[in-house]
Each structure stands twice: as C-alpha cells, then as structure tokens.
Unconditional design. Structure first.
Length: 393
C-alpha cells in the first residue's frame, strides 16, 4: 500500500480522549496524526452529559485510591486548560446534589461522604431542609442529599474543537472520514497504519477509538474486553432556571459480583441556554446501535419527573442515544502492549472525567517512558493476571 503520510505518533479516534492526546503530544514537539472514521466527537463523546465529578464512583469494593487520584488530577488540569487553550469550552463548576430517598441510600451515601472527605474531596451530607435550600424543586419526599461543590460539566464538542485547533497550530494533522484497515507489525514492533487513504508510516499507534477499541486491538492480535451499554437522553425546550446545579439520584451505588461498577441513576442538568438534559438508561447491547425507543424515552421521562415534579409540564424537543464502551471491570485500559511494541491503548469509560489526565499520562509514556501516576493497575494484561488495587477506605 502506498504511503501517503508519516508521523512520530498516529492516534486512532477523534473523541475527547484522542484529541486530548493529540494536543498533549503536539505540545511535546511530537509529529502527530489523528484519524477518525467519521467526524470529530461522532461516538460517545458527542452523546454524553459531559459531567465532571466524584460522587458516582462508589462500589462494593470501595473506590480505588489510584482511580480517585486520576479524577483529582484531571480536575486540576481542567482548571488550567481554561487558560491554556484560550478558548471557551463551557467549563462550569456549579456543584451537584445526589438526592436520597431511602434509609439504605442514606446509609450508603453517608459512607461515601466519609470516604471522600478522608481522601481530600469536599463533600457534605445534607438533611431534608438543607437539600431544599439548595434545590427547592426536587421531590419533597427526599430524605436529604449529598452535595459536592466541585462538580460541573463541559461542552464536549467545544472541548474537542479547542484541543484539535490548538494541536493543529502546533503542527498536528487530522484526517476525518478515514478508516483504519490494519496495522503493519514487523518483528513485534509497529511500523505503520493501513487506512482507506493509504498507509501512514509510524512507529507508534495509540488506540483511542472507543467504540472500535476491540476491533483495533484485534489488528495486532490483542483481545480488549469491552461491554456495550446504550444510554438514552431527552432534551427539553429552553425554560427559565429550574435548577442551579446538577441534580442526580442513584438507586444503586453498590454492585454484586460479576456486575459492572456503574450505578443505575437519574441525571438532570440545565445548560446556560435554558435547555434541560434528562438521562438516562443503561441498556446492555450485543450489537452497536443508537436508536431511541418508546420504552427508553418513557423510562427517562418518568424518572426525571419523579426527581423534579415540575418537569411534567415541560416539553421535550429532542431525544438521542449513545453507546458506552466499558472495560469489563469498569476501569481504564492504558499503556503500551507487552506483545506489540509501539502499540498503546487509551480505552476507558468516564472519558470526559479522565481525558485530561489520560492524555497527559499517555503522552508522558510515549515521550519519556514513564508517567506521573502509576498505570500498572490499568494495563491490558490485568485481565489475565487479576491485578490488585488499593481501595479507598
């Protein structure tokens, strides 16, 4: 196949993780090419609430300390990026509450508050009166809530535009509507990427392709274990301020053995335009598809109205769905393959939360051979060896 370009690093995937990585590598003076099979943010990055936070990561086994450190560092990088990129990606830290409806939820949320506080996260347990002071329109039957002032959201489309724009200024090249067809591996080392445009000569490829992560892994003989879940979201008409921060309810924040560590939840976020985003569903998929369904729409609407009854009089103007591609244990898959040198993975759920730190860590691994935070718990081989993790108390 004819070579049509060459680079130090080729990134596969034009979502928030891949574009963050392109920016980080370009800053480090690397010659970078990013390819995307459709358009930027065409996958999960373009069908997300784009929330930044800490309250949703609580499982039976606790929150691994390393994962919490990733979240904290990513949070700090976001603050720097608002100045560094010189662009508005609608970064807003408004805080969020997670309402509590049952005594079981109260016990679990109290445990979470205690755990996060011990590890440096500002969070508090509110009683019923304090909850209604924060958000007067939530369901009056709530027993209380947890409140974290550090949480907020971004606009993922603008974030991707900002990072790719700056990366291009630094010399990176971007090819959208370009599909990866295969990877040239010689003597256990990456030597190039075959695409439908031709070959890109490179010694380093990063798999940041999300929905295609397993398919790209197979090109070098690696099995990347991912689970697909569809989430359906509703968007309301623009209305006067209904809430001043994110409002959530999490029905189940612990999991049974063999279940994914992702809680069943309701999310309500009102953006500056006045539109309210309502979510969501968590539907296991065998095949990739992003269709809305009557059952899904009804489920989201009923849960949202239960959480904030005033929503029953608000019109829905749009519905969309996206697919989460989640490593089987819920945690990122990072680092260079031990079997194929020059092939790196950057596959993860919670891409918005972790994209800044994953972009930085992966760039450091490529340019320095080491990173500021350890990745041993997140390498692909853990699915064979069962790596241990230190858990937050």
């Amino acid at each position: 196949m004819k070579v049509f370009d060459q680079a130090d690093v080729c990134i596969i995937g034009g979502g928030i993780v891949g574009t963050s990585l392109a920016y980080n590598l370009a800053k480090r003076k690397k010659d970078v090419i990013l390819i995307e099979r459709e358009f930027l943010a065409s996958g999960a990055s373009g069908s997300t609430f784009a929330l930044i936070g800490f309250q949703w990561f609580k499982y039976d086994t606790g929150v691994p300390l390393l994962f919490l450190e990733y979240c904290k560092e990513s949070y700090e990088i976001y603050k720097r990026l608002t100045k560094e990129l010189g662009s508005d990606f609608e970064y807003r830290i408004t805080g969020s509450i997670v309402t509590i409806e049952t005594e079981d939820e109260l016990e679990q949320r109290a445990e979470l508050v205690d755990s996060l506080k011990k590890n440096g996260i500002e969070i508090s347990l509110l009683n019923q009166e304090e909850t209604f002071e924060k958000e007067p329109l939530v369901n009056p039957n709530n027993l209380g809530s947890t409140f974290c002032p550090l949480e907020g959201e971004i606009n993922p489309f603008k974030m991707v535009t900002c990072t790719t724009g700056r990366a291009r200024e630094l010399g990176a090249r971007l090819y959208t509507h370009t599909k990866a067809k295969g990877i040239d591996v010689q003597n256990g080392h990456v030597k190039g990427l075959f695409t439908d445009r031709g070959k890109i000569a490179t010694d380093c490829i990063v798999n940041a392709s999300g929905s295609c992560g397993a398919e790209i892994g197979m090109m070098v003989g690696l099995e990347i274990p991912l689970k697909m879940q569809k989430g359906q979201v509703l968007v309301t008409e623009s209305i006067p301020p209904l809430i001043t921060r994110q409002v959530h309810n999490i029905k189940r924040i612990t999991v049974k053995k063999g279940e994914l560590p992702i809680p069943v939840s309701t999310e309500i976020v009102q953006i500056p335009s006045g539109n309210v985003f309502l979510g969501g569903t968590r539907e296991d998929l065998r095949f990739y598809e992003t269709k809305n369904t009557p059952d899904g729409i009804n489920t989201v609407a009923k849960k949202a109205i239960h959480l904030i009854p005033r929503l029953k009089d608000v019109r829905i103007i749009r519905a969309f769905a996206g697919v989460r591609h989640i490593p089987l244990d819920g945690y990122p898959i990072l680092g260079e393959s031990e079997a194929v040198r020059g092939f790196f993975n950057a596959i993860l759920h919670a891409g918005v939360v972790l994209a800044p730190i994953v972009g930085q860590i992966t760039s450091d691994l490529i340019t320095k051979g080491r990173a500021q935070l350890p990745i041993e718990s997140y390498v692909l081989s853990r699915f064979q060896s069962g790596a241990n993790r230190q858990v937050m108390e």
